[in-house]
Design a protein. Structure first.
Length: 249
């Protein structure tokens, strides 16, 4: 059977929100909220946190999760996830689900949907999650990474700019990349050996390395109303959303 390892790559440094991954949100750190939501994915055989920070590792262990220490030199979370997957001891993963640590809101079923799509289509080397943008304020925000796909929901391009451009016809649906990308382990090994590509460096979007090298990246589209924690304003909104959910439990 295919074995799937979930990896949440994290680091302490953050330019817009200092040490945001350890920020307290209604009694739990941001990383704990993300871990516990991701743990609900049914197709993950295990879930670990990959980090270069002893402080993060201590917090992760305090809520009962496994932390794998990784190098401080990684340029992307995907690189960090690959090191953790290599070090993981319980089984040899066939698929690695790289899960962003600062997006605690979208349902774990989206992680499962990415895994299912990857396993059902041998032409795909990876599958990423995307969410419908319904808030007009997000359209012009460069922290919100937009994606356009072909008719089979394979990524054509990913950008911090607003794509597609609405020139004529019906208003398009806009989608943005959210925090899960599932990759075959053999491709993940190849991915981290590739040099960063020109568009990847220009846009600051690591998924472009897949597209620029001619590989097929599947996209799972959803309408979950996801919001990541990239700015202080987004942090306050995530706090509000989680607070409301706790009130109505």
């Amino acid at each position: 059977m295919t074995k799937v390892l979930g990896v949440i790559p994290t680091r302490l440094g953050s330019t817009r929100i200092p040490e945001k991954i350890l920020h307290n949100i209604h009694g739990k750190t941001l990383i704990e909220w993300t871990y516990k939501r991701s743990k609900q994915a049914r197709l993950l055989d295990d879930l670990v946190v990959a980090t270069d920070s002893d402080r993060i590792a201590e917090v992760v262990k305090s809520f009962g999760a496994e932390a794998i220490m990784t190098s401080v030199k990684h340029q992307t979370g995907t690189d960090r996830a690959y090191e953790a997957a290599k070090k993981y001891k319980k089984f040899s993963p066939d698929v690695v689900a790289v899960i962003w640590g600062d997006e605690p809101l979208y349902p774990a079923s989206i992680i499962d949907a990415c895994i299912k799509k990857l396993l059902s289509d041998r032409e795909l080397v990876a599958v990423a999650a995307a969410d419908n943008i319904t808030d007009p304020a997000m359209l012009g925000t460069d922290s919100v990474v937009k994606v356009v796909t072909d008719k089979d929901d394979r990524a054509i391009y990913i950008s911090r700019a607003l794509i597609p451009h609405w020139y004529k016809g019906d208003a398009p649906k806009y989608y943005h990349i959210i925090g899960a990308m599932v990759m075959r382990m053999d491709f993940l090994k190849k991915y981290v050996s590739m040099k960063q590509t020109p568009l990847e460096q220009i846009e600051g979007v690591e998924q472009l390395r897949i597209i620029e090298n001619g590989y097929k990246l599947g996209i799972i589209k959803s309408n979950s109303g996801n919001l990541g924690v990239n700015t202080p304003i987004e942090l306050q909104e995530v706090k509000r959303i989680i607070g409301n959910k706790l009130k109505h439990k």
